[in-house]
Design a protein around this ligand. Structure first.
Ligand SMILES: [Ca+2]
Ligand SMILES: [Ca+2]
Length: 228
């Protein structure tokens, strides 16, 4: 009789453990079905300890039920919401607050899904480089001058870089009737501190070689829209 009671107790304990495991499993399965897993977020246009040549951070975020927001913290400051969600973009400081070239900064990014679950935080240490991103997509662009009185601007195709293979396919061609020295040298930088790179073109043959420099400000996401 005593053995029988012990046997019954063991069976009861065993059944309770199995029920507990099933409860845990069911709870996990339910959480996954209800989208209670944490969302994922990434930064696409700069990596750890790299130099950024843009006035923007860009990246992606994912959650099976949708992203509510992506937030960025600069140099351990407060989190500020980025534009977009699954594809997001965040403008680095502009105007007098523009980061100086060569300075080191800490960037943190996190995403929140529609249920309020927050992703793991991404933390990067990056260095500010010369802004060469004319259209503010996060990737540096290319400007080329040649001895034809023309300047060619090529926008990067995201992380794939410059894909076009000839000058005629440039994103923008700036021409001058002043002579072949227009475009004898070119450079980029954000001259007006709006976060978008501008283009400077020299013409050392202008006015009997007295020379002249032209500044073409980016108009934003469309890049350089000014004509010579
Ligand atoms: Ca660009
Ligand atoms: Ca600018």
């Amino acid at each position: 009789m005593k053995k029988l009671i012990i046997f019954i107790m063991v069976e009861i304990v065993s059944i309770n453990c199995n029920n507990l495991l099933m409860d845990v499993y069911n709870e996990r399965w339910k959480s996954q079905q209800e989208g209670q897993e944490s969302p994922r977020v990434s930064i696409c246009n700069v990596r750890e300890k790299c130099t950024i040549y843009s006035g923007f951070l860009t990246g992606t975020a994912f959650d099976r039920e949708g992203i509510s927001k992506v937030e960025v913290s600069l140099d351990n400051g407060p989190y500020v919401e980025a534009k977009g969600s699954t594809n997001w973009k965040f403008q680095l400081p502009v105007g007098v607050n523009t980061w100086k070239i060569g300075t080191l900064h800490t960037v943190k990014v996190r995403a929140t899904n529609l249920r309020g679950n927050i992703s793991e935080e991404i933390v990067l240490s990056i260095r500010k480089g010369m802004n060469k991103d004319i259209n503010g997509d996060g990737y540096e662009d290319l400007v080329v001058g040649n001895k034809s009185g023309k300047v060619f601007i090529f926008h990067s195709s995201g992380s794939e870089g410059i894909l076009v293979e000839n000058a005629a396919s440039a994103t923008k061609i700036i021409s001058s009737s002043d002579g072949v020295y227009f475009g004898s040298s070119v450079t980029m930088g954000d001259l007006n501190g709006d976060g978008y790179a501008d283009v400077v073109v020299s013409d050392f043959g202008y006015s009997s070689a007295s020379g002249r420099a032209y500044v073409f400000h980016s108009s934003g996401d469309s890049g350089i829209t000014m004509a010579r």
